[in-house]
Design a protein around this ligand. Structure first.
Ligand code: VGL
Ligand code: ZN
Length: 200
């Protein structure tokens, strides 16, 4: 018998697609393959980046800071982003072409003002859990496939946490697009392969 697997669709939201506040180049190209993958998956989970306006990861909330610079936070280095995925805004909504009806669970992350959350499992302090691990374990999931945005940030951190939590992990790169800040894409691909993640 094959083990139970889940598809984790990471942050396919308006702000990460073309014209969004933190646009990922060609971001919406992930939607068609993800819709097909969702239709064929037993368990589908969507993650949704979900920030209050005063979130500490936003460059505008720090004096004399610009987007994409790195700041040291109590939990470590943090890239400062343009404001994105604000709670209850259009930018935070899933892209209208994403077939969200396939999802059985939606996990929101990044809603605590002081901590950013790239991973769908743990916030950037690496200890505050989102609850996704408990959900997957209680459904008997052994294997996770990841797709979505952005490959070198939220998909990457989610995949690394999934691997560390003991899941068998596959990343479908054709159904991902990257931000690629200072070589972050190459670094992410190398780190995932070194960790034993299957990067397809
Ligand atoms: C993401 C930066 C900030 C992502 C979310 O979904 O990859 N990146 N917030
Ligand atoms: Zn974010």
């Amino acid at each position: 018998m094959t083990s139970t697997s889940a598809l984790l669709v990471i942050d396919v939201q308006n702000d990460f697609c073309e014209g969004g506040a933190l646009e990922v180049a060609s971001g919406s190209e992930v939607i068609a393959p993800i819709n097909d993958m969702m239709e064929a998956s037993e368990i589908v989970v969507l993650s949704q980046d979900w920030h209050p306006d005063n979130h500490r990861s936003f460059a505008q909330n720090h004096e004399n800071c610009v987007p994409y610079e790195v700041m040291t936070m109590p939990y470590g280095p943090q890239v400062l982003w343009p404001k994105h995925c604000l709670i209850e805004t259009k930018g935070a909504e899933f892209h209208p072409n994403l077939k969200t009806g396939f999802a059985q669970m939606v996990v929101r992350k990044g809603f605590r003002t002081e901590i950013d959350s790239y991973s769908a499992f743990f916030e950037n302090d690496k200890t505050t859990a989102t609850g996704l691990d408990g959900y997957l374990k209680s459904r008997g999931v052994k294997r996770v496939t990841l797709a979505g945005l952005a490959l070198d940030f939220c998909v990457f951190y989610s995949a690394m946490d999934a691997q560390a939590l003991g899941y068998e992990v596959v990343v479908e790169t054709e159904a991902c697009r990257a931000i690629d800040l200072d070589g972050s894409l190459e670094a992410a691909l190398i780190a995932m392969k070194n960790a034993g993640i299957r990067v397809k």
